[in-house]
Design a protein. Structure first.
Length: 225
């Protein structure tokens, strides 16, 4: 088996591009911090998505161009967004009411760990001693679908897809799909199903860097963009 630590992996932008294919046309979508903030740049031509933010914005555009920043229009990661016709501003209480009322179709979140049952841990790294669950807990419980966009392993090359989460949980059994720099994995009641692998990677190599057991889809294919 070759040294998988040195084998090329997909860029964060490719992960975001793959996630964008999962967003429903006309859907209400919340993008979390990190890789999820990149997703808005990769919608298909003509596709319409209404982006939602816990800060009180609905129907904002992708990231703003340099020189066109508006300090009052930012995403979850503090990045500036483009205004679009029909935008709506409101209070944070109304923004959370949308989430808790089941009006968000999809949320895309980063993660420190995802378990074999789709449990999500994404707000606290105990070794850092700080963490803030923020709106992630509400999104994990209130959104119809939770997509995780993340690197497959952490900086020490430890698997982030695990049998059981050892980090503080954000939500239980909430994740529906995991998109990483190595694979696309679907969370099902029967376990994790490997549906796509990055170019040049095999299912066996992906499993070697995954702590939870993966079932191989009979339609396993290369990353679909």
């Amino acid at each position: 088996m070759p040294d998988l630590e040195d084998k090329p992996r997909l860029d964060r932008e490719i992960i975001a591009m793959r996630v964008a294919k999962e967003l429903p046309n006309g859907g209400y979508v919340n993008l979390g911090i990190g890789i999820p903030t990149l997703v808005s740049a990769y919608l298909a031509p003509g596709q319409v998505v209404f982006y939602h933010s816990e800060s009180g914005v609905l129907n904002c555009g992708p990231l703003a161009e340099e020189g066109e920043e508006d300090i009052n229009l930012i995403n979850a990661g503090g990045q500036f967004l483009q205004p679009v016709p029909g935008m709506s501003y409101f209070g944070s209480a109304d923004a959370f009411a949308m989430i808790r009322g089941g009006h968000v179709d999809v949320t895309v979140l980063g993660a420190h760990q995802v378990s074999a049952r789709g449990d999500l841990a994404n707000w606290m790294l105990p070794q850092r001693g700080v963490g803030n669950v923020g709106g992630a807990m509400d999104l994990a419980a209130g959104a119809d679908d939770v997509i995780v966009a993340m690197e497959h392993t952490d900086r020490q090359d430890h698997p982030k897809i695990v049998e059981e989460c050892t980090l503080p949980l954000t939500g239980k059994g909430c994740v529906s799909l995991i998109v990483t720099d190595l694979a696309v994995v679907r969370c099902t009641p029967d376990g994790l199903v490997l549906e796509e692998v990055a170019p040049g990677w095999t299912a066996e190599e992906v499993q070697e860097l995954t702590a939870a057991r993966l079932m191989i889809s009979p339609d396993l294919q290369e990353y679909q963009l």
